[in-house]
Every structure is written in C-alpha cells, then in structure tokens.
Write a protein that binds this ligand. Sequence first.
Ligand code: HAM
Length: 429
Amino acid sequence: MSIQIPKGLYDIVPYSEKEKWKLIDYWHYVEKILHKLSNDYNYKEIRTPIFERTELFERGVGQATDVVSKEMYTFKDKAERLMSLRPEGTASLMRAFIENNFASYSQKHKLYYFGPMFRYDRPQKGRFRQFYQYGAEAVGDPSEEQDVEIIDMLHELYQRLGLKDLVLHINYIGQANTRNSFKEELKKYLKPHLNDLSKESQDRFIKNPMRILDSKDERDIKILENAPNILEFITNEDEESFKKICNLLSHLKIPYKINNKLVRGLDYYNKTVFEITSSYLGAQNALGGGGRYDSLLKEFNGPNLPAIGYAVGIERILQTMIAQGIKVEDLNNPFIFIIPLGEKSKNYSFTLISSLRKNRIPCDIDFNAKKIQKSLQIANKCNAKYVIIIGDDEMDKKKLKIKNMEKRTEEEVKFDTLIYHIKTLYKAG
Ligand code: HAM
C-alpha cells in the first residue's frame, strides 16, 4: 500500500478541482492581503520556530486548557528534553520578545506572524491537526484605543477578503480576582445540575469551570441559560473601560455582539476577549479570536507590559471564501504561453521567452509542440491569458498574432516591437 498523509493533515496544491481552498494560488492571494494589511497597520513580521520547550505552553497557555492538556504534539529530543510542536503563536512570540530584548528598543511593539500550528484533536470540517494561523500582537499599550485598533484590523481583514455575514462577539472577563469570584458563583449555580451536564462539562467543572460557558452541547446550553453573568462581576473601572471599547467600535461602525458567555480556550486572557464566527463553517465556526493578555510577559519573567492580539485560521477563511463564492482574481497564471512550430521558430521562441522572463512577465512554452490544438489545451489548462503561435510563416514575415484566450480576440504585432507590446499589455493587467 502506498504511504498516505497522516490524519487531519492536507497538502496545499497547484491543482484541485474539488477542494479549491487547497489551491496554492488562493493561499498566495490571502497571504498577500495579510502582509499588506500588517504593513498598513504598522505591524512587523516575526518568525519563531515551530517547536519549543513544552514548559513554554504549559506556563503560557495553561496546563488545564484542552490545547495543552489534550492536544499538544509532545516528544522528547535525543537529550530527553520535552519539546512540543507549537499549538498557537502568542506564547512563542512573548518568549522571543523577552529573549531578543525587544523592550530595550521601545516600549511599544506591533508584531505579526504567519505559519503552521499543531493540535491533536478529532479532525472534522474546519479542524485540522496542522493548520495555519495569521496573528497580530500589540505589546505595551493598555489603552482601550489599542483594543479597538486590533479589532478594527481584524474587521478590515475580513472586509479586504470580501467575507460576508460574520459576527464579532465581544466580552470582558476582567482581572484575576473578578474571575475567581465569578468561578465560585458559576460553580455554585452549576452544582445542582452537575449530573445533567455533558461529560465534557462535568470534567471541566473542577479543572476549568469557565470553559463550560463555551459548551456547544444542547443540554449544557439549556442549563446555562440562567447562569451568572461575568459582566455583573467586573469592577466599575472595568465596566467603564468596556463601555468605552464598545462606543469606539460603534464610532468606527464595526458591528459587534456582546456575548457574556465568551471566555476563550486559553488561560492567558484578561479584560477584553473577542471572536469572529461564520455560519458557513458548521460546528467549528470560529474564523478568528483573541483578547488582552496583560500578565503573560510578566509570567515569563519578562517586562511588565500589557498586550492584546488575535489569530485567524487560514483554512477556515479560505473555506468560507469558497462557500461564499468569493472569486480570487490575483492568480499566478502565465501571462503569455508560446507555441513554437518548427525548428527555426523554436530558437527564436527560446530567446523570446528568456527575455520575457527577464522582463518579469510570467510565461511558459510548449517545447514539444506538434499539434496546435494539443498545445492550446495545455495553455488553457494553465489558464494562460495570451497565446502566441510561432510557425514558419510568422518567422518569414517577422510578425505574429497575440491571442487573448479570455476574450477570443487577437492582434498582430511585429517582432521588433513584441517585447514592448507585451510589457504594455502586462502593465495594463
Ligand atoms: P484560538 O482561538 O485558539 O486562539 O485560535 C485562533 C484561530 O485559529 C481559531 O479561531 C481558528 O480559526 C483557528 N484554529 C484553531 N484551531 C484550529 C484547528 N485545529 N484547525 C483549524 N483551525 C484552527 C489562539 O490561538 C490565540 N493564540 C489567539 C491570540 C493571539 N490571542 C491573543 N493573541
């Protein structure tokens, strides 16, 4: 039997009729938008390794979280040190922040990352064991304006991608002591219902009771209907802060929904948390999420700087784009496809394609062209925009026809103005 890809993984490929979200051109398109967006908001890229010491995630993300306790790919290296494939990017970024002494350059930093993350969970639609995240993190600014800038950036990302019907959920989970007293109240409320809760929520009752609020189980949802509301536990100062954030969001005309049951699955959050959901994704409906994590740097023995950020799942973005019929226009197809017929033409075509490439025009050639129809099929398959057929007649007359494959039109061009002509066409798009 041939060797198959491990469960929950997939290839990003140049061709796929059925699963367009796997197409590399789509990935390049989204990546280009992400880099431009980051640049427009003045976020700088950072690249960290894909594995780290396990302890980093245990201390950063939290030992009681599902991500760390159940989903990490952990292994011992040859020196018996425990390492884990990164399940997310924030902990690694904060480690790198401290290790590279970023705070000595400035007190404020805006950073972004793009790369694969790993979580061992049951694969299903929109849930993979290796998946890509883009994330942005703003360090050093405790202001509400910073919260809103981050959410605005996430909102703008979806606008640029053309995504529709998304919901921004927002909540405020306050400081550690707020959450501690809330947890106690929540447990008091849930205790009489303990046996009726789902198995997963029963497990969480001791380890991580606030995550019960996130449950998607119908029975749990019913029981939670009258559960205590964290927004009634936050301090007056936090209440003011949350109001300010909501007002600023309204001011920027960013629609949001206050969701007092949103708690997020990672332990480092405090104050503002948010998530974006899409109804096109089924159970795994979160396209992205994030929040404030003001104590993480300190937790790692770094500078006492506040921070806020988010991450989005690229597979889920692409799947939603496809489901919503969003066209990706910026495809990396050849602009010109050359079909040389005969030896004389081959030599000329070889020089031509070489100089087109030196002029940075994407192009390709069928070196083995014999039958025009066959070569045209190849040109069509690779979605070439224009085709040039060069036979003996063209070589004798020193002019040829450039065929527009989309519009089915053609125009005649002389050899000596050919490169200039193609460059003009290319610039015009
Ligand atoms: P997260 O909510 O765990 O947050 O993940 C962010 C996004 O990654 C999710 O909304 C989802 O789109 C995608 N994602 C997560 N797990 C999977 C999976 N198994 N398969 C496919 N996509 C997945 C974080 O990771 C935080 N580090 C975000 C953050 C940054 N908070 C502050 N800064």
